[in-house]
Ligand binder design. Structure first.
Ligand code: HEC
Length: 200
């Protein structure tokens, strides 16, 4: 009996183990969620952190315009509503030097509320953008550069034109200096700037 026991015991144990093994597998199959087998063949999805938003690219000037006008369309506007042809300001000088519907932008955040200006501080850039039918064809610029021309308000003037959207802006030697300040002198009392800030 003892011999039989020693022969039987491992076999029984093996059988028991086998059963236990089967039992384990059955248990596993019965309690594991249906998605578990897939997890053993495919790597679990790695949680990925959301991509940080790409930094805004710096604005670029319209083709042919100088870099300091980049993004001027988003600067504050002095005028509350677009300025029509033959505006009140053009009536002061007798004719409309910049035909079309206009907007006057200034790179000073508070300028719409009159802070600063006029007078505007050194470094101010004023852009008058004009066009017809929504097409921007004229960009006239005044830049305040301390010491550049104290007799005429220390403004640098330059104007750019193009024939239509998609074209490059270009200037020429006649579209600067006295051509501009000779008329802007009429607004010398408001720092040579015609358009008043209109908070709307
Ligand atoms: C005959 C007069 C006259 C001439 C010449 C003239 N301007 Fe003007 N400019 C005006 C008037 C008037 C305004 C106001 C906007 C409006 O109501 O049309 C103005 C507005 C501007 C503005 C916006 C700031 C402001 O004063 O309101 C800029 C910038 C500007 N002009 C640039 C120029 C440049 C650059 C030249 C020369 C190439 C020039 N101007 C020539 C009359 C003139």
């Amino acid at each position: 009996m003892a011999r039989l026991r020693t022969w039987c015991t491992p076999a029984v144990a093996a059988l028991a183990l086998g059963l236990a093994g089967c039992g384990d597998r059955d248990d596993a199959a019965g309690t594991t969620p249906a998605s578990a087998p897939a997890a053993t063949t495919a790597a679990p999805p790695t949680p990925t952190a959301p991509e940080p938003p790409a930094p805004e690219p710096p604005p670029r000037p319209l083709p042919g315009l100088p870099p300091d006008t980049a993004g001027f369309e988003d600067w504050p506007r002095l005028n509350a509503a677009p300025i029509p042809p033959d505006s009140a300001q053009t009536a002061r000088v007798g004719f409309d030097a910049h035909r079309g519907v206009k907007n006057v932008h200034v790179d000073q955040p508070g300028a719409r509320a009159g802070d600063p200006g006029p007078p505007y501080p050194d470094g101010t850039v004023l852009v008058k953008a004009a066009g017809t039918g929504g097409d921007l064809t004229l960009v006239a610029i005044m830049r305040k550069v301390a010491g550049s021309d104290p007799a005429h308000g220390d403004w640098e003037y330059v104007e750019y034109k193009r024939t239509g959207a998609g074209q490059d802006f270009a200037t020429d030697a006649s579209l600067t200096g006295a051509t501009c300040w000779s008329c802007h002198a009429i607004a010398a009392g408001t720092d040579w700037v015609f358009t008043p800030a209109d908070p709307g």
